[in-house]
Design a protein. Structure first.
Length: 113
């Protein structure tokens, strides 16, 4: 079995922000890249806070809509934000398929959809 520390190191090696949020919308983990990206907004002090504290009203509405879709069984929802970067919200589920959290992931888009 992989040690928890190894999993954190793996997540830290990814050069994209990973902010894991639980089903109460509380930030429970930020990888190294996310801590760097959001250091001006509080960095590590964001862990344990609501994701809604970091977003405007329109974003809050989108987060809640996406969360409902994830709760209803979707594993990933694409967000329309930028032509150059595709943004997805990805579910995290336990071994029984229960939603335990979610995170955003990003893909650079070098071609048109």
């Amino acid at each position: 079995m992989v040690k928890l520390e190894t999993l954190f190191l793996l997540l830290d090696s990814i050069d994209e922000e990973i902010v894991l949020v639980d089903t109460n919308h509380k930030i429970v983990f930020m990888n190294r890249r996310a801590l760097e990206e959001y250091k001006d907004r509080g960095g590590k002090s964001l862990i344990g806070k609501s994701i809604f504290d970091c977003h405007n009203e329109n974003s809050k509405k989108t987060i809640l809509e996406v969360y409902e879709r994830l709760k209803n069984g979707e594993d990933e929802v694409k967000l329309e934000r930028s032509p150059s970067v595709r943004t997805f919200v990805r579910s995290v589920r336990d071994h029984n398929g229960n939603l335990i959290g979610y995170f955003e992931r990003f893909e650079k888009n070098n071609t048109k959809d």
